[in-house]
Design a protein around this ligand. Structure first.
Ligand SMILES: [Zn+2]
Length: 271
C-alpha cells in the first residue's frame, strides 16, 4: 500500500472523521482502519477454509491432532475471556474457531479470518511440544483476533475503489470484495499461500500472541527459543514457507524478549 494513503488514513482516524471504520487494537493500542464487515470477511473465509480442508490431508496422528486442538482451544478461551472482561466481545462476532492439523512437511501455520487455523505437521518438530506450539498458534490467533486480514482488505478496497468504499456499503460490491479476498488468501492450490503481512502486523501478532499464550497458561519465556529454532531452520537448503512471511531475525527475537515482562504478569496469574 502506498505510504501517503496509509498516513492519510491514520490522520483521518486521528481526527475521528472515519470513526465508523477506525478502532483501537486491544493491548497494542494502535489505531486501525477497517471497513469490511465481519460477516463478509467470515463467509469468504469459511468457504476458502472448507476448500482447503477438502483438498488437503488431515493428520491421522490422534495425539498430535488433539494437541493442536487443545492448545488452540485454550488460547481461544483466553481470548474470549479477555474480550468479555474488557468489552471487546463484538470483535469476536460470528467467529467459528477451528484448529486443524494437516499432514504436510512444510514448516507452516496460518489463520484465516473468523478463527480458522491450520497447523502443518512440518512445524511440530520445531515447536517441540505444547508451549512451542502455543507460540505459533498464539501468533496466528492474534492475527485473526485483530482482523489484520480485514484491515489489509480495507486498504486494498480504498486503493481500488477510492472514496466509494467509504460512503457505500461493501455489500453493494460483492465481486470486488471477493476478488480482494482471493488475492489475499488464494484459492485452490494457492490456498494457504498467504500474502505476507506488514512488519507492523507481524510485530503486533507477536505482541498479542505472547500475551494470549500467557493468559492461556503457557510460559511466554519459551517464545524467544522457538524463534531461535525457526531462525536455525533458515540455514537449511530451502527455507521454510513460514519463514518467508515470518523472518525470524534478531530484531524479532529481541522485540519478543522486551515484551516478556508484560506477558509474564499475565502468565503468573494463571499459576
Ligand atoms: Zn504472522
Amino acid at each position: 500500500m502506498r505510504r501517503h494513503l496509509k498516513s492519510k488514513l491514520l490522520f483521518l482516524c486521528a481526527l475521528s472523521l472515519l470513526s465508523a471504520g477506525c478502532s483501537e487494537v486491544p493491548i497494542s493500542g494502535r489505531q486501525q482502519f477497517n471497513i469490511v464487515p465481519g460477516s463478509t470477511m467470515n463467509s469468504l473465509s469459511f468457504k476458502s477454509y472448507g476448500e482447503f480442508l477438502a483438498q488437503n490431508k488431515l493428520s491421522t496422528n490422534a495425539e498430535q491432532t488433539q494437541m493442536v486442538k487443545r492448545v488452540g482451544g485454550r488460547i481461544q478461551k483466553a481470548v474470549e475471556n479477555y474480550s468479555a472482561e474488557n468489552g471487546y466481545e463484538d470483535r469476536l462476532d460470528g467467529y467459528e474457531w477451528e484448529f486443524n492439523l494437516v499432514e504436510d512437511p512444510n514448516v507452516n501455520a496460518w489463520a484465516m479470518p473468523g478463527g480458522k487455523v491450520v497447523v502443518y505437521t512440518g512445524i511440530l518438530p520445531i515447536a517441540q511440544g505444547e508451549t512451542g506450539l502455543a507460540v505459533v498458534m498464539g501468533h496466528e490467533i492474534a492475527h485473526a483476533f485483530v482482523k489484520h486480514g480485514a484491515e489489509r482488505m480495507s486498504q486494498g478496497l480504498l486503493v481500488q475503489m477510492g472514496g466509494i468504499a467509504l460512503s457505500t456499503a461493501l455489500e453493494d460490491y460483492p465481486d470486488q470484495t471477493k476478488d480482494l479476498f482471493m488475492q489475499s488468501y488464494g484459492v485452490g492450490a494457492q490456498v494457504g499461500v498467504l500474502l505476507p503481512y506488514s512488519r507492523k502486523h507481524e510485530s503486533e501478532a507477536d505482541h498479542l500472541g505472547l500475551v494470549f499464550m500467557a493468559m492461556a497458561g503457557y510460559n511466554p519465556e519459551q517464545a524467544p527459543a522457538f524463534w531461535e529454532r525457526m531462525a536455525a531452520q533458515k540455514k537449511g537448503a530451502a527455507g521454510p514457507e513460514f519463514l518467508s512471511t515470518h523472518p525470524a531475525d534478531q530484531t524479532r527475537i529481541q522485540n519478543l524478549k522486551d515484551l516478556l515482562p508484560e506477558a509474564m504478569t499475565y502468565y503468573r496469574r494463571t499459576q
